[in-house]
Design a protein around this ligand. Sequence first.
Ligand code: ZN
Length: 349
Amino acid sequence: MSTTTATANPANMLGLDYRALAQGFSYRKPILDAHTHVGTPRAAKLYCEVADLYGITQTWTMTGLDSARRLFPDYGHRIHFICVPDYLKRDTAGTFTTQWLRDIEHFRNDLGSRIIKFWAAPRGRDFAEMSPDPADADAMRLDSPIRKQGMKLAYDLGYRTFMTHVGDPDTWFQTAYADAARYGTKADQFKPLEAALEQYRDVTWIGAHMGGWPEDLDWLQAFMDRHPNYVVDTSACKWQVRELSKHPQRFRAFCEANPGRVLFGSDIVADERMNNSIGFDLFASRYWALRTLLETAYDGPSPIVDPDLHKIDPSVPADSTAQLRGAKLSNDTLVQMYGQAAQRVFEAG
Ligand SMILES: [Zn+2]
């Protein structure tokens, strides 16, 4: 069976046949993806086709309330909704404040949401300043008054899983966030998170994107040791492939040292903008690359263009792909990561 096709695109520079390759993984149990952004029914249909091929039976998505309501009737049995503000309405006053507080109730009461996300990336600062609503100025800070109000409301409503995103790649702190006076250092991002973890100790916190620090797993381990209510997900495929491939043995040891505290997530964005001719490759490439990273000892080029490689070193071509070096996790570790860890979190909320 051939596993390559003729067409190359940024999600498939190696011309792989992702449909055929999906059959090659030996792990066969159901997989739960704890981190996606599935936007519309049409994108959800294509997403589910890819998910079926790659063994993903349950998906948690971050989708604005109106879109979530449209997905719920047909997809609510396999796609579960993480409460987020409606970023599509970012130009509407109140989206991140008054309306967000109402959304927190609607997600819980109407869609059965158990998880709420507090996105607090450094670029949230730029984002909030673009809002027409002056009340939004600090809305993206994890320790702003509105965020604290939302956390309390969510807690009172019964949400017991809080997700957050506070770090970004080291490569971004070297480039887009180089102005530390404006954005703070990478370590600065985690200070408000530590305070929130202390305040909500009976809440499980999911740190998206390997807690924001796949580059330094020793740092992350110390952070996890300080906060037993903190777990991480593997999402952001390009970032994780680029950085975890630099130390696959360290990554494997990290996963083994933290059973049940590393959740599988992809960060696939499935919406109308993406649902074009490469949509299938776009989604499938993420599952193929992440499963290859986690399950195999593959050592070769990633099929996905990683623009950060060119950003940090302009002499590198703009369409470069990272080296992918698999960590070949044990079956026990995979069972935890792909299902049990997320299931436990879900049932607690
Ligand atoms: Zn995401």
